[in-house]
Design a protein around this ligand. Structure first.
Ligand code: UN1
Length: 498
């Protein structure tokens, strides 16, 4: 059994605490994956100091040269995709096909953003004055504190770290305590690709120590966080006094709207994949399905039959379709919401129980669960559960569906199933979310378009796409006067020569 270390200033080192924590397989608690450093605020401070020192030279490396190292990293991830995916399934439970997808997102993001090493476009504009040049350039910001969740243990670190690096920043990464191995694997590859010492640092441990230090330390200029809305609020509050740039990517309660003209087979497939993929543990999960009353019964019967037929088990087994919840705490949350749904009067039509016998005895398994006849105001239709629980809500019209769809505090992703192009476009315009799908579920965003949400899902920033650079750079406007005389800008234009 391996004890993994923090990476600080290019050295894999033990925490000052002398303590470690365990990482176990959520499909089999007996499977101990490794021990990781339970880090202190002093460890984080050393990592921040290292990142701060490394920034002085990394920011001056030409962006195309920085990108060369990133291209090399993408290549290495691709070569090791299978082993990385297996480690990830073992530490967080989602099925191998999905962890391969997670690693692939890291590959795609790294190649895509490395390309930005040659494309950090600014603007060149005419000056108001003669013999004067005007332009804007992107500048790196400094040390970035990166705080990542367990549900996409390699993809999300890559979404944040790679754009931070290509812009010339340095990084301290705090991965979720449930998935530190994928973070170590990712950072090891960055080191192997030639990223210099101190440019990327990794510190494992809890939010109250590692996270708190990253969000308050004066030398950290940017914080990028993906996780729950509750923790996101804490991050924003603790980063506010030092005016850090804060990027938050938080909860979702995403809706699939099924209109009466929808292709129901397609819709059922979409709801299964959107609702139960990653065991429902995606911020983009389709946890609400709003169905037109005229097709409600037909849809529900098929959806329930298919959900009951899903094979739940260890994600390393290729015949398994849905893995465990990531932890006991997450499973407890799922069970608590099943109770809440029952007590609110929703009709439990599939699942509803943990799976504890036989092959399921040692993991955090739960049946794919569907509540029908859910009222839009019920807690199971309002609150993010982050588990395999889908609420099906009847609606009477297109307008009713839009109203229900928008009637939550979150705004990440939404989808409509319809054959009517007019309804599709109207819904695309009127759903107040950051991502929208037509005839596809709410999950599966691609790396080269912006990713993020409205309302309590985010704070106005986006990651992925070329706009990812906006979080990790700031603009400098540059004026070069080569006239050799004093020229006064913003004078009354009547003073200009005829
Ligand atoms: C997340 O759930 O935190 O669009 C990210 C998707 C994936 C990313 C999900 N590409 O579902």
């Amino acid at each position: 059994m391996t004890t993994y270390r923090n990476l600080i200033d290019g050295v894999w080192s033990d925490s000052d605490s002398g303590e470690t924590f365990e990482n176990r397989n959520p499909a089999d608690r007996d499977d101990l994956i490794g021990r990781f450093q339970k880090s202190t605020r002093s460890d984080v401070q050393r990592a921040i100091d290292a990142a701060h020192r490394a920034y002085a030279s990394w920011r001056l490396v030409p962006a195309p040269r920085r990108a060369e190292l990133l291209f090399r990293a993408a290549q290495l991830i691709a070569e090791r995709k299978d082993a990385l995916a297996r480690d990830m399934t073992r530490e967080m439970g989602k099925v191998l096909a999905e962890t391969r997808g997670d690693v692939q997102e890291a590959i795609d993001m790294t190649f895509f953003i490395a390309g930005e090493g040659r494309r950090q476009y600014g603007q060149t504009v005419p000056s108001e004055l003669p013999d004067k040049f005007a332009m804007s350039i992107r500048q790196p910001i400094g040390v970035c504190g990166i705080i990542t969740p367990w549900n996409f243990p390699m993809a999300i670190p890559s979404w944040k770290i790679i754009p931070a690096l290509v812009c010339g920043n340095t990084v301290v990464l705090k991965p979720a305590m449930l998935t530190p191995l994928s973070a170590v694997n990712f950072v090891e590859i960055l080191v192997e690709a030639g990223i210099p010492s101190g440019v990327v640092n990794l510190v494992t441990g809890g939010g109250e120590d590692v996270g708190a230090e990253l969000t308050t330390a004066p030398q950290v200029s940017v914080v990028s966080f993906t996780g729950s809305t509750t923790v996101g609020r804490t991050v924003a509050l603790s980063a506010a006094p030092s005016f850090k740039k804060v990027h938050l990517e938080m909860g979702g309660k995403n809706v699939i709207m099924i209109m009466e003209d929808a292709n129901l087979d397609l819709a059922v497939d979409g709801c299964l994949w959107g609702g139960f993929g990653t065991t429902g543990q995606r911020c983009t999960a389709a946890s609400r399905v709003v169905v037109h009353e005229n097709v409600y019964r037909a849809f529900l019967d098929r959806f329930v039959a298919r959900a009951r037929g899903l094979t739940v088990g260890d994600g390393l087994d290729p015949s398994v379709q849905m893995g465990p919840s990531v932890s006991q705490a997450q499973l407890d949350t799922v069970m608590r919401y099943v109770e809440i749904g029952r007590s609110e009067g929703a009709r439990l039509v599939a699942g509803g129980h943990p799976l504890t016998a036989g092959a399921h005895a040692k993991g955090y398994f739960h049946e794919p669960t569907i509540f029908a006849d859910v009222a839009p105001t019920m807690r199971i239709a309002q609150e993010e559960i982050f588990g395999p629980v889908v609420s099906v809500i009847p609606c009477t019209s297109f307008d009713d569906a839009i109203r229900i769809g928008n009637g939550v505090q979150y705004g990440l992703s939404a989808s409509i199933y319809t054959q009517d192009v007019n309804k599709a476009f109207a819904a695309m315009r009127d759903l107040y979310t950051g991502i929208f799908y037509v005839n596809a579920p709410t999950i599966g965003a691609e790396v080269h378009l912006p990713f993020g949400g409205t309302k309590s899902t985010g704070n106005g920033h986006r990651e992925a796409g070329t706009v990812a650079l906006d979080v990790f750079s700031e603009w400098k406007s540059v004026y070069i006067d080569f006239s050799g005389r004093l020229q006064r800008a913003q004078i009354d234009t009547t003073e200009l020569p005829a």
